[in-house]
Ligand binder design. Structure first.
Ligand code: ZN
Length: 451
């Protein structure tokens, strides 16, 4: 009962926040938004300086004072915050105004080489929910409409034993991506058809697997789905096209990280991602630290959150790469737009000459090995110039292991153009990450040394 009350209280506060902060300001002019952001930035900097020993030291060391921040451009005076900085100074970064025991610790997911522990407060949770409500409204559906979530959901073991990989609660059916495979896919689809959600909120790798299965077996939805909202992993163009074709509805991509330093939401008027100016300042940075300014140029997303008073994150380097654009969206909002999210810095493979190769075209582009023999595949690197491809074989595949290994080597040898040696290992199981994500690529090298 108390839990339900708390949840409904959180819902109500988040809905008010959505109206007061997001919807009230969403059509503001650039000047108005700038003024709003500058005000927030000053508060963040003051809080960081006054209440954390980490930022006090950084400011003193770099001879800056909070009062030096007079325009948004002055943010450049503050050094970047790397994941290594957070890892090495965790306790010094927590605000003295908060009792650490009452904060919520969380670890960022393991797609990067360096898992990180950070802290959030209840306020952050509420603002995240408000952003989610706003995002749903942004693309034209209601947050409280019946929905299906496919992602890192934990399912009680008694249900798993019965072959049920989902739980129903209020207006949502939460399905675990961890148990989704070609053997269980038909039961997932049956349940989706049975529940008839208005929209779905999914990990792209999970819905992509379902789409492949549905296309192969010519299975269709028995109702009209309004939209699919993809989050938490990168949605590749090839994946998006197939999901759209199979589910016959718009597929929206959104971007955020658990650190919540930059939130970018989709829009039904264009394919651009809209960075929420009410939540943070987003910068796109080249490897040399300069701003990306040219159309179509790529840069690392650096974020300064307005909503992390318990553990301020100022100019935090996310390791994620986005494509810059100066174009405007027809929706009329003056938000910063991102053309697309390209992947993570850690998504680079390092070749024999220590040069980075972007992983996406290697994994998804060009000709790929025969999909009917592969259930799951994972690229793994711990030495420059050497890639281990782990392969989980399809149960029905009658090919001999040696034959599969040779086929895969010949496909990727030409893709890598001899820049990496390839070893293929047939595994009985490639586990998902702790949060149920499919990890296509595990990079153990410290890639920032090479890019
Ligand atoms: Zn728009």
């Amino acid at each position: 009962m108390i839990k339900t009350l708390r949840a409904s209280y959180l819902n109500s506060v988040a809905q008010i926040y959505d109206y007061v902060i997001f919807r009230r300001t969403q059509f503001w002019t650039e000047k108005q938004l700038e003024r709003y952001q500058l005000n927030c930035l000053k508060q963040v900097v003051n809080n960081a300086y006054k209440n954390t020993s980490y930022y006090k030291n950084i400011f003193l060391k770099n001879n800056i004072k909070p009062s030096d921040i007079q325009t948004l451009k002055d943010i450049c005076k503050i050094p970047f915050l790397t994941r290594e900085d957070v890892k090495n100074n965790l306790d010094m970064m927590v605000s003295e105004k908060f009792n650490k025991k009452r904060l919520v610790p969380f670890t960022t997911s393991g797609t990067s080489a360096l898992p990180l522990k950070l802290y959030h407060s209840g306020y952050n949770r509420m603002v995240n929910l408000a952003s989610y409500i706003y995002k749903c409204n942004f693309v034209g559906f209601k947050f409280l409409s019946p929905k299906i979530v496919i992602g890192g959901v934990s399912i009680p073991s008694n249900l798993v034993q019965k072959g049920q990989y989902w739980v129903r609660k209020e207006n949502r059916l939460s399905m675990s991506s961890s148990f989704l495979n070609n053997e269980t896919a038909s039961s997932y689809i049956k349940e989706i058809n049975n529940y008839k959600p208005v929209f779905m909120h999914v990990y792209p790798s999970a819905i992509f697997l379902l789409s492949k299965y549905m296309k192969k077996n010519n299975i269709k939805l028995t109702f009209k789905l309004k939209a699919i909202l993809s989050e938490s992993e990168i949605l590749y163009d090839e994946q998006k096209a197939l999901i759209k074709e199979v589910f016959q509805c718009p597929v929206y991509n959104s971007y955020s990280q658990r650190e919540n330093v930059v939130i970018a939401v989709p829009c039904n008027k264009s394919d651009f991602l809209h960075v929420l100016p009410q939540r943070s300042i987003c910068e796109l940075i080249k490897p040399n630290g300069e701003y990306v300014t040219k159309e179509g140029e790529e840069g690392e997303i650096v974020g300064t959150s307005f909503d992390c008073p318990a553990m301020p994150l100022v100019r935090y380097k996310t390791g994620d790469i986005a494509v810059f654009t100066k174009e405007k969206c027809n929706c009329g909002r003056n938000y910063m737009l991102l053309k697309s999210i390209k992947g993570r810095i850690y998504d680079y493979i390092i070749d024999k000459l220590n040069r980075p190769i972007l992983t996406t075209p290697i994994i998804f582009g060009g000709q790929n090995p025969d999909a009917s023999m592969i259930k799951k595949m994972q690229f793994y690197q711990e030495l420059p110039g050497k890639i281990i491809i782990k392969v989980e074989k399809e149960a029905k595949c009658r090919k001999h292991d040696n034959e599969i290994v040779n086929e895969i080597i010949s496909v990727y040898r030409s893709k890598f153009n001899n820049r990496c040696d390839i070893e293929v290992v047939i595994c009985s199981d490639i586990p998902l990450t702790a949060s149920g994500k499919n990890q296509y690529f595990v990079q153990k090298l410290n890639v920032s040394q090479y890019v």
